[in-house]
Design a protein around this ligand. Structure first.
Ligand SMILES: O=P(O)(O)OC[C@H]1O[C@](O)(COP(=O)(O)O)[C@@H](O)[C@@H]1O
Ligand SMILES: [Mg+2]
Ligand SMILES: [Mg+2]
Length: 335
């Protein structure tokens, strides 16, 4: 498809390529696109509509919820529950699975999402996003449970994110490459502006929260140290560093100009294997990154092959430009 195609045309064209497609998937994607437009509007209006700041509540991970965490979760549910294509949803902001009420026959798909990624950035007007992943609902007509969602990332049917930045973008993969669309607010449509996004194999830019340095494992310490040594070190070139603290913004930067992003395993809280959540952060982003020619690993295993053990399970994440990710993985092996 060419630059200027609307996302609606793009999704219909994808459906045409699939023999026997019923239109359910197309319609589900359209509902997700609508939800992202509504969220974009709420994030953009910000303080004008009183949506900034925190609530007294905590989510299942013990994080204080922002008002917008709860509002965006609600928007995603409302946009996606009515059409009958979904059997259930799961989100960062809900302890348990959300069953679609009063449904017969049961929908085919499961939707997992992080309705507002990087929400600590919302009050300071820095880019935030929404991440989503679509899975098939296993079993014949059985009511889905949390178990139904515990599928490796290789089983994802589609994944994407919306980035609410200086412009609003939606980046999508259905397993045939990665395409980026920019929201034209005048006509209310996402327009294809970034076809076939690809991540360069090499990079001179890394992203990591350096305040956790003392908790990292030796291979990550080594990799970052060598980047910092620049031209005079073993890498013989200078590196630049970025940290937005919104995974969506970091992954988008990597899709546009390459780079490596790490939220590695650390010893800060021994109960947690990493910070980012497998089902609605690591898996969808890994699917997108691999589809764009990049790589994604925990340092030890390919993220997309992990067998999930819980809805809100956390994993270490090292993703981006292939050669750099492979270098970090090699350092893990050596160690
Ligand atoms: O605050 P830190 O340690 O820099 O962590 C930032 C990371 O946490 C996250 O914000 C987690 O996302 P949520 O805002 O959805 O909880 C990532 O997007 C980001 O990469
Ligand atoms: Mg998040
Ligand atoms: Mg979130």
């Amino acid at each position: 498809m060419h630059i200027g195609t609307t996302i609606t045309q793009f999704i219909i064209e994808e459906q045409r390529q699939i023999k026997g497609a019923t239109g359910d998937f197309t319609s589900l994607l359209n509902d997700i696109v609508t939800a992202c437009k509504v969220i974009s509007n709420a994030v953009n209006k910000g303080a004008l509509i009183g949506v900034m700041g925190s609530l007294d509540s905590e989510n299942v991970q013990g994080e204080t919820q922002k008002k917008l965490d709860v509002i965006t979760n609600e928007i995603f549910i409302q946009s996606n529950e009515w059409a009958g294509h979904l059997a259930a949803m799961a989100s960062e902001e809900m302890d348990d699975v959300y069953q679609i009420p009063g449904q017969y026959p049961r929908g085919k798909y499961l939707l997992v999402f992080d309705p507002l990624d990087g929400s600590s950035n919302v009050d300071v007007n820095i880019s935030v996003g929404t991440i989503f992943s679509i899975l098939r609902c296993p079993g014949e007509g059985d009511a889905p449970t949390a178990e139904s969602f515990l599928q490796p990332g290789t089983k994802q049917v589609a994944a994407g994110y919306a980035l609410y930045g200086s412009s609003t973008m939606l980046v999508l993969t259905t397993g045939h490459g990665v395409n980026g669309f920019t929201l034209d607010r005048d006509i209310g449509e996402f327009i294809l502006t970034h076809p076939h996004m690809t991540i360069p194999a090499d990079t001179k830019e890394f992203a990591i929260n350096a305040s956790n340095q003392r908790f990292w494992e030796a291979p990550v310490k080594r990799y970052v140290q060598e980047c910092l040594e620049g031209k005079t070190g073993p890498r013989a070139r200078d590196f630049n560093m970025r940290w937005v603290a919104s995974m969506v913004a970091e992954v988008h930067r990597i899709l546009v100009r390459g780079g490596i992003f790490m939220y590695p395993k650390d010893t800060k809280d021994p109960a947690k294997a990493g910070k980012l959540r497998l089902l609605y952060e690591a898996n969808p982003m890994s699917f997108i990154v691999e589809q764009a020619g990049g790589a994604s690993s925990t340092g030890r295993e390919r993220i997309l092959e992990l067998q999930p053990e819980g809805l809100h399970q956390r994993v270490p994440v090292i993703l981006g430009s292939k050669n750099e990710v492979e270098k970090v993985v090699a350092y893990h092996k050596e160690a």
